[in-house]
Each structure stands twice: as C-alpha cells, then as structure tokens.
Design a protein around this ligand. Structure first.
Ligand SMILES: *Cc1c(COP(=O)(O)O)cnc(C)c1O
Length: 399
C-alpha cells in the first residue's frame, strides 16, 4: 500500500475519479470511506516493525506523516490535479509554508507576484527573510518584471491566479518558462481557480498548493491544505519536512474533505453559474463603478482566461460608487449573503478586503494591488440565484 503510488485508473474522467479514487475499504466492505482515526499502527511482530521502519514494508508508521484516510484525500487530489504525489496539511497556510520551507535555505531567493493572499505575503515578505531567504515582489502581469527579478540564487517563483481580491490573471505558462530558464520552480496557489477550472501542472507549473478550507470543503467546516507536485519534489523535499516538523492533516479532516471532493465539480459548476449571473447584474448597475469577473468578455485578460481556465470561477469583485461608508452600507443591508472572510463556501460571502483580509497592508500597498475602500469581494455560493440577485439589488439601494 504505497501512499505515493500513481492514480489507479487514468482513463476515467475527473468527476468519476473524485468519487472513487483512493478507496481503502476495511474488512467490512463499507461503501462510504472508513475513517482511520488513529495516531499509530500496531505491528504483528518486532520484525514487522523493523521492516516498516527500514522501508522494506511500505505500510503506515505514524499519522504525523502517513494515514490511510489522509492518503485517500491525497489520492483524489493527485488524480484531479494530474500530479505524481502530494502531502495534505493542516491548513492552506501550512501548505504554502511547507512548500517554501521544505526546499529553501539561507542565501536562496524567491520571486513572487505582489498580489497575494495576506498570509502568503507575510510568508514571502516577512518570514522567509528572517531565515536569510530574500524575496522580490513583482507585478505578476508584467513578464519582464519576472525576468528582471530572477538571480542565480532564485529557487522559487510564486503566484496565485486569479489574484485575491482583484481577480487579475497571470500567464502561468509564460511565467513557468521564465522560472525554468532561471533554474527555479514555479509554485502556484490555485485556490481561487479551484482544481476543477485550472490545472497549473499542465501549464508548466511545478508545484500546486491549495487551501482545502475553501471550495474543497465547500461547507465552511474545517481547515485543510495540500501540496502537489512531482514524486521527486515530494520525496526529496516535502516528505521529510512534513514527517519531521508535523504540519499534518488530521484523519478526521481528511475524511470530511475526501467526501467533499465527491461533490466538488457539481458545486463549482453551480457556484460559477450563479457568479456569472450576479456579475452580469452588477456590471450593468449604475451604483457599481467597476466589476471584475473572470468569465466576462470585459475582463482585462479575457483571452488569457480562455486559454488557461475552464470557466470564470466563483468569485466576483466590484467597486461600489462611493467609499468605505457606501461599501459598509451595502454589506450591512444584505440579508442572505453573509459578511465573512472565507470563500468557496455553499453560503455566499461578502468581504471588505481593505478592513479585513488586507488590513495589514499600508494604504499605499493596498493601492498597489488595486484595493480601494469601496472594493468588495463576493464569493458566490449555492443559494437560489434569484434570492442572491434580490439580495444584491436591495443592498445596492442602500448605497
Ligand atoms: C485561504 C487562502 C489561503 C490560506 O488557507 P487557510 O486554509 O486559511 O490556511 C492561502 N491562499 C489563498 C489564495 C487563500 O484563499
């Protein structure tokens, strides 16, 4: 039972593999995946324990680094992403931090797009430099800036696309080529696109990270994350880092998330359909100054979206006419859509980035990534689209 083994049947389609991949039935033949809620494993003999530890027997040793339920989740994600190997983590930030720290050392250099999820930006800008890993932030849409920022010490390029919260889209294929010419690996945070709508590994990226907290759980229950890449990357770097430092996923979370994957494609499709309808409504509304949705023809990089994404996604970002007061009035007038900072949930969620997720940035840094006091991010959920449209329409009257 090698947990790093390749997906079972590559001829099946994503929706099928998300339901059947990585099944590990116990002797009872249960239909739903068993939950192996265990920290350790018993060996029949002293010799068996010895063989497990010296690698002759590839079975489980300790759930800090391997567990059958966590392996089921990893195998489903490996199948979906087209990766060779993966390690699940306790949160999305544990995935990002592990993907960086497992391969970087003092003297190395990271080039990253400036528009990042707040905590990712902390890792690149504040945490890594404390350990002698320098970083350069670039405008991710400007390929020349990526080229110019690379040095002989550059080991990692890092980006998220679409970006949070302004939904800018970066050319993953072109940036992967620049990274490889510089001798670096490209790490893509693929949370906003979801694994259904964008496959960074097929576009040339080397490593993909997710916060499973978002669409993969999709029901706002728990934190989780995962790092996916080549067998070589996982065995040379990630496996040992996870094993020895322990940012691992709990088997219980892995069970819920693996079950979440069974409905992921269905949920993302419906959320995307709802998001497209709401984006169209907002785009035409006189109290909306600017609407950005990756699925619309007026998205600044619509051609690139068509090339590298299979749809416009589940998020729309807009600027209401006015400032913070008007943005707050809109949010406070909502009835169905909840005010929160999560995303990818069955429940639609409104976020005011300037005062929440991006509060840590200075006003100048916020301006540099396109966040104003009137910017609102909407994560569209699974409610009936007419209820969402009515909610938005009513709230806009309060602006
Ligand atoms: C939420 C998020 C993270 C962090 O994930 P957690 O599970 O909250 O730790 C990282 N990147 C992006 C783009 C996210 O949206």
């Amino acid at each position: 039972m090698s947990r790093a083994s390749l997906p079972a049947d590559r001829s099946l389609r994503d929706a099928t593999r998300l339901i059947h991949e990585g099944e590990a039935r116990s002797g009872f033949g249960e239909m739903s995946e068993a939950l192996y809620l265990t920290s350790g494993y018993a060996y029949d003999t002293m010799e068996a324990a010895e063989a497990r530890f010296d690698g002759r027997d590839p079975g489980y040793i300790y759930s800090r680094f391997s567990n059958p339920t966590v392996a089921t989740f990893e195998k489903r994600m490996i199948a979906l992403e087209g990766a060779e190997a993966a390690r699940a983590t306790a949160s999305g930030m544990a995935a990002v931090t592990a993907a960086m720290l497992c391969q970087l050392k003092t003297g190395d250099h990271v080039v990253s797009a400036r528009a990042l999820f707040g905590s990712c930006r902390y890792v690149v800008e504040d945490l890594l430099p404390r350990f002698g890993v320098t970083s350069t932030l670039v405008d991710g849409a400007d390929l020349d800036q990526w080229r110019a920022a690379a040095t002989p010490q550059t080991k990692v390029f890092f980006l998220e696309s679409p970006t949070n919260p302004t939904l800018e889209v970066y050319d993953i294929e072109a940036i992967a080529t620049i990274a490889h010419e510089a001798g670096a690996l490209l790490v893509v945070d693929n949370v906003f696109a979801t694994p259904i709508l964008q496959k960074p590994l097929n576009l040339g990226a080397d490593i993909v990270v997710y916060s499973a907290t978002k669409h993969i759980d999709g029901q706002g229950r728990m934190l989780g994350g995962i790092v996916l890449g080549s067998e070589k990357f996982v065995m040379d770097h990630l496996h040992t880092f996870m094993r020895q430092t322990g940012p691992s996923m709990s088997p219980y979370n892995a069970w819920v998330l693996a079950k979440g994957l069974e409905t992921l494609s269905l949920r993302v499709e419906r959320m995307q359909e709802n998001a497209g309808r709401i984006a169209d409504f907002l785009a035409d509304h006189p109290k909306v100054r600017k609407l950005t949705y990756c699925g619309r023809a007026d998205h600044p990089q619509a051609g690139l979206v068509r090339r590298q994404m299979a749809g416009g996604g589940t998020l729309a970002t807009f600027v209401v006419d006015g400032g913070k007061a008007e943005a707050f009035r809109f949010g406070n007038a909502l009835r169905v859509i909840k005010i929160s900072n999560n995303l990818g949930d069955a429940k639609s969620i409104l976020t005011h980035p300037a005062t929440t997720t991006h509060q840590r940035l200075s006003p100048e840094d916020r301006a540099a990534v396109g966040i104003t006091d009137a910017t609102l991010r909407l994560s569209v959920g699974l409610e009936h689209v007419d209820d969402l449209l009515e909610d938005v329409e009513t709230a806009l009257k309060a602006v």
